[in-house]
Design a binder for this molecule. Structure first.
Ligand SMILES: CSCC[C@H](NC=O)C(=O)N[C@@H](C)C(=O)O
Length: 665
């Protein structure tokens, strides 16, 4: 691969329309079928459509269960396996719908004014626990009811968190709470209330209690705590499971006897993704960490541009295993650990990214969605120990058999930093590669900074390879998947401590002899955009750069991003008035006069994670300095343009990137 195209054509930006995404593999209670979500990009409608499919685990053709012109997702089997409940926006808002496994039309279960974001079946199948921002009073007063007085368009803000990327306008004062509703339909009742946001309800095996995630600390407006609580299913006082100012926990799951709850996270909320997450168990006594010696983070830190997210939880089997995802050196795997303590062991491994998984209630089978560098995703099934793995779908087989892809080659190289730490990376040779020729190179830098490039399909990278570029990508210091010390290494040293890692990777690839060192490009998004700006402010070796959803000035980023002030306070060693020098020293804009590389700035106008002013400041400064710079603004898009933006915009974004590199490399 990479040497010749053979009979295959080269990939184009528009090929995102030819890729089907599968996600959220849910194995049926009897372990014989897997339900999943299938998503396509609809060119005509310039939007996404998703449907629920079911495939037999013994093989056979997947069957489409829903076919509305909408987004159906989150399929969940009833405990007796006779029905599948799912979320759908077919009436405008996301509500729960139900379909019988024997077929027929789906029926609507919920009609909550604020919609539903998550739900879970009670163990007896009679009730669904839901998450909604609906307030009880709203059920009396429905849409269309006359307003008492004309509403003002002036926005009064009293809370420190008032904006969220992906939510247009400002956040309202409504809180997410747990509700219940009869699965057959009927009147919903509110289970939790108060000035808290409650999420992720999980029924106890006996059906009497619901565990959930919340922040009920006194200082919740200012901290990033995430606690585990449990509440009687009929409502009442919540009891603490794993709580307190040092809790950063989520994904609760009950033991089969209902005596314990496992969850994932760590005890340093302010650190967020900068340190490893673990699996914990609370059983009334002391909370125990089960993965202390693992040295890798629990969860999926992978980053790519071609996926549909599912966000799986932990699973606890009747024979006492807890299953969880682990990000490890560019792969996301499934591990298990004995709930009573013992060594975690690998169950689903390989050079790939396992995006989500579920276990059959008897703990005998696992269904999962995984992707690799040449295939974004398919549904798989295996036994509880990982044996007898089978692929159940081949959603992109036909398309990918018609296009030439480049197989990434892995490398490990000593950093240019004094410690010569080992840096892990990949290089993709261009399609049609001919030994002896020299090619332009593009360095791709990931965001987070605590994300992880993975062994996973990346449309942007494949496209660059198809257009004749050598593509280099690495997991420099700051990345997840290599342990806490590695991930937190860039604290208060963004750019300073990871640039030597990135340059070591570029130099290593140049040494291989097939790169033209006078035709180097660099690009990245978010923190990758920050690093793109940093790199061109510290070296002139790149001939073209594309900075996407970037940060240029930490001072003005502080307080204007939905990520919250806590992020900057941790990452840069304090708040601006405490460590002013850090904010200036670590801001790429401080080095703007050194930036000579032709720069394309791509930014979404509704990016509330990295507000567009970050791009504007950089653009204006470079214009004043008379540098080669262009600014491409995407209207009505947020921080996730490259992953979930309007399909037409996604194609245009890729065209701009290719166009810039073609012009300057
Ligand atoms: C540079 S500040 C915010 C960066 C952002 N971090 C978390 O949201 C980021 O880098 N995001 C990455 C994952 C991205 O958008 O690709």
């Amino acid at each position: 691969m990479g040497a010749s195209t053979g009979a295959k054509r080269r990939l184009t930006p528009e090929d995102i329309y030819n890729i089907t995404l599968v996600s959220d593999a849910q194995i049926s209670p009897d372990g014989r079928h897997v339900a999943y979500t299938q998503t396509i990009l609809d060119k005509e409608k310039n939007d996404y459509r998703s449907s629920i499919f079911v495939v037999p685990v013994d093989g056979g053709t997947p069957r489409r269960f829903t076919s509305a012109d909408a987004r159906d997702s989150f399929p969940r089997w009833s405990p007796d396996g006779s029905r599948i409940a799912f979320l759908s926006n077919r009436t405008g808002k996301s509500q729960v719908w139900m379909i019988s496994v024997d077929g027929g039309e789906a029926t609507q279960v919920t009609d909550l004014p604020e919609g539903v974001t998550y739900f879970a079946w009670s163990p007896d199948g009679s009730t669904l626990a839901l998450v909604s921002k609906t307030e009880a009073a709203q059920l009396e007063k429905r849409e269309g009811d006359e307003e008492d007085e004309e509403k003002s368009d002036v926005v009064r803000i009293t809370r420190i968190r008032f904006r969220a990327d992906g939510v247009s306008g400002f956040l309202d004062d409504k809180r997410s709470h747990i509700w219940c509703i009869p699965a057959a339909g009927g009147d919903p009742w509110q289970v939790t209330s108060g000035d808290f946001d409650d999420a992720w309800p999980v029924w106890s095996p006996g059906g009497h209690e619901i565990a959930f995630v919340s922040n009920r600390t006194e200082d919740r407006e200012y901290n990033t705590v995430s606690e585990i609580w449990a509440v009687p299913a009929r409502g009442g006082e919540a009891r603490p499971i794993a709580t307190g100012d040092d809790a950063y926990f989520g994904r609760p799951v009950w033991s089969v006897d209902g005596a314990a709850i496992a969850f994932a996270g760590h005890r340093q909320p302010e650190a967020g993704g900068a340190i490893d997450s673990h699996v914990w168990v609370a059983d009334g006594g002391a909370t125990r960490c089960l993965t202390e010696g693992l040295g890798r983070t629990v969860g999926d830190a992978g980053i790519n541009d071609t996926f549909a997210s599912a966000n799986p939880g932990l699973a606890w089997t009747p024979d006492g295993w807890i299953y969880f995802q682990v990000s490890d050196s560019g792969n996301t795997h499934v591990y298990r650990v004995p709930a009573g303590g013992g060594d975690p062991s690998l169950v689903v491994g390989g050079q790939r990214r396992v995006l989500d998984f579920s276990l059959s209630p008897d703990g005998s089978r696992i269904a999962f969605v995984a992707g690799d560098p040449l295939n974004p995703c398919d549904v798989y099934v295996c036994r509880a120990d990982g044996s007898d793995e089978r692929r159940l779908t081949a959603v992109n087989e036909e398309f990918f058999s018609s296009v030439a892809l480049s197989q990434p080659e892995e490398f490990r190289v000593p950093s240019h930093a004094d410690d010569r730490a080992e840096i892990h990376g990949w290089v993709m040779k261009p399609i049609g590669f001919e030994p002896g020729r020299k090619y332009p190179l593009v360095l791709e830098i990931h965001g987070g900074p605590h994300g992880m490039y993975a062994n996973h399909y990346f449309h942007e990278f494949q496209l660059l390879a198809a257009q004749g570029y050598v593509v280099v990508y690495t997991n420099p210091r700051g990345s997840q998947g290599y342990g806490t010390e590695y991930a937190s290494y860039t604290r208060a040293a963004w750019g300073e401590k990871d640039m030597p890692d990135l340059m070591a990777a570029v130099d290593y690839v140049i040494e291989q002899g097939y790169v033209d060192p006078n035709r180097l490009g660099v690009t990245g998004g978010s923190y990758g955009g920050y690093m793109t700006n940093w790199v061109i402010g510290h070296t002139d070796r790149f001939n073209a750069a594309v900075t996407q959803r970037c940060v240029s000035d930490l001072y003005s980023f502080f307080g204007t991003s939905d990520i919250g002030f806590n992020f900057g306070a941790y990452e840069w060693g304090g708040v601006p008035w405490e460590v002013r020098e850090n904010y200036v020293r670590l801001s790429p804009i401080t080095y703007v006069e050194n930036m000579k590389t032709p720069l394309l700035i791509i930014h979404s106008e509704e990016d509330y994670r990295c507000p567009i002013a970050q791009a504007e400041q950089l653009f204006i400064s470079l214009k004043i300095l008379g540098r080669e710079v262009e600014f491409v603004r995407f209207p009505n898009e947020n921080h996730n343009l490259s992953r979930s933006g309007k399909p037409k915009h996604r194609v245009e974004r890729l065209q701009f990137i290719l166009g810039w590199f073609q012009r300057y490399l």
